[in-house]
Design a protein around this ligand. Sequence first.
Ligand SMILES: Cc1cc2nc3c(=O)[nH]c(=O)nc-3n(C[C@H](O)[C@H](O)[C@H](O)COP(=O)(O)OP(=O)(O)OC[C@H]3O[C@@H](n4cnc5c(N)ncnc54)[C@H](O)[C@@H]3O)c2cc1C
Length: 440
Amino acid sequence: MKRIGIIGAGYTGLSAAYTLAKAGFDVTILEKGQYPGGLAGGFTMEGSNLEIAYHHIFKTDKDIIALAKETGADTNLKWHNSSVALYYDNKLYPFMSALDLLRFSPLSFLNRIRAGLAVLYLQKIRRYKQFIKIPAYNWMLKNAGKSVTRVIWEPLLKGKFDQFYNKVSMAWLWARIHIRANSREKGDSGEKLGYFDGGFDVFTQKLVEKITKYGGKIVLNNSIKEISVLPDKTIQLEASLGNYIFDCVIATTPGFIFAELVKNNKNITPTYIDKLKSIDYLGAILYVFSSSQEISKYYWHNINDLNSPFLVFINHTKLIDKKNYNNKYVYYVGAYLPHSHRYFEINQNEIIKEWEDYIKKIFPQFDPSKINQRNIFKLKYAQHIVDLDYLSKIPDYKTPIAGLYLANFSQIFPEDRGTNYAVREGLKIAEEVIKTVDGK
Ligand SMILES: Cc1cc2nc3c(=O)[nH]c(=O)nc-3n(C[C@H](O)[C@H](O)[C@H](O)COP(=O)(O)OP(=O)(O)OC[C@H]3O[C@@H](n4cnc5c(N)ncnc54)[C@H](O)[C@@H]3O)c2cc1C
C-alpha cells in the first residue's frame, strides 16, 4: 500500500484523496487552514454554514454533480431560479434574457443588437483555439463596438482582472459565455443554479466522511514549509506539526507557493521556478452580512461602475430560503484585487464603512442599522490571470521530482476556475498517480 501525501484540502485535494483512498492507497491530506473545503470552505452565518465566498454550480458542472451523486451529497443538491441585474449609471437593469438586452436603455438600439449578436456568435462557435492570442477586451471592441465594450465588458473585465483587464485571453471569455449558454436544460424556464441544502460544507463533509471510511486521514492547521527528497527517493514534507514521509505527493497549492516549497531541491531549475511564478494571481475581499431588510429583488448584481469599490453584490437569500439563516436576508459583496491593494492592510471596519456607503448609492433604501452579522474575508489567491501566453505557462502535473505532482486551478483552461473543475482535476490527478504506480 503506497503512502500518498496531499497538500491542501480544497476540492482538488479532497477529490484526489477520495479516489486514491477508495483505490486502496494510504492517503493523508495536510491542510494549513482550520477547515477543509479551501476556497469553497465556510463559516457560521446566522447559525448555519455558509461559504466565505459566494458559490453555486451550473447544470453543465457534470463532474461535481456526478461526485455528489457518488458520495450521497446529491440528495442535498437543489436547483434554484437565478435572476441577474446590471448596475450602470445609477440605475439597476434586469439582465437575464434577450428581451432584457433589447430594453437595455444605456445602449442605443443598434448597439443592443450588436451586443446580442456578439454573444450569440460566441455561444454558437465551438472552437476556442482561434481566441487564445486575442485579448478579450480587443475582441469586444472590434466585434461588439466601443459603446458595448465601455458599458458592459470593460467594467466586468476590470472588476475581475483589475490592471490585467486588457491582457486576458478571449478564450477565457469565450468559455464563460459558451458554457453558460449551454447550461440550461430543455424545459427550464430560466437559468437554474445548484446549491447544497446546508451549504457546500455538506459536500465537503461527505468527501471527508468517505475519505476517512476508506482509511484516509486529514490533518488541519498543518502548513507545509518544505518538500525534499530523501536518499531512498521517498518524499519528505516538513510541516508545522512535524515531518511526514510519503512515496508520492500531490500538491494542490498555487504554483508560486509550490515554487517556495520545492526550490531547494537539486533537480529544480531556476527555469522551472520562473515558470511556476509566471502566473499572476489576484486576491479577493468578501463582505458578507445578514440583515432584516430585503435590499433587492435580484440574486446577482454586476456593478458596472468603474468608481465602485466592488464588482458584485449578491442577494444569497434570493436563491436560498432565509429560514436557513434565522429568517435574515444574507448578502455578499465582492471584489478581486491585487495583493498590494490597501484593503489587504487596513482595518476591516474601514472597508465595511466604504462599501456600505456605496451599497447605499446603489440601493438608497439600504439601512445599515438593520444589519445583524458582519464578516469580512480576505483571500490571498482567488483568481489567476489567463493572459495571451497562458497555454505556455500552465505547469505539468508531473514535476521534475519523481513521485511529486502538482494539480491546481491554474491548469484549468479555457474554463474559469470553479468547484466542478477542481473535482475534475482531482479525479484526473488521482488516475494519473494510480496509472504510474501500476506501471501503466
Ligand atoms: C470569490 C470566489 C467565488 C467563487 N465562486 C464560485 C462559484 O460560484 N462556483 C464554483 O464552482 N466555484 C467558485 N469559485 C471557485 C472555487 O472556489 C475554486 O475553483 C475551488 O474551490 C478551487 O479548489 P482547489 O482545491 O483547486 O483550490 P483551494 O480551494 O485553493 O485549495 C487549496 C488548499 O491548499 C491549502 N494550502 C495552500 N498552501 C498550503 C500549505 N503550504 N500547506 C498546506 N496546505 C496549503 C489551502 O489552504 C487550500 O485549502 C469561487 C472562488 C472565489 C474566490
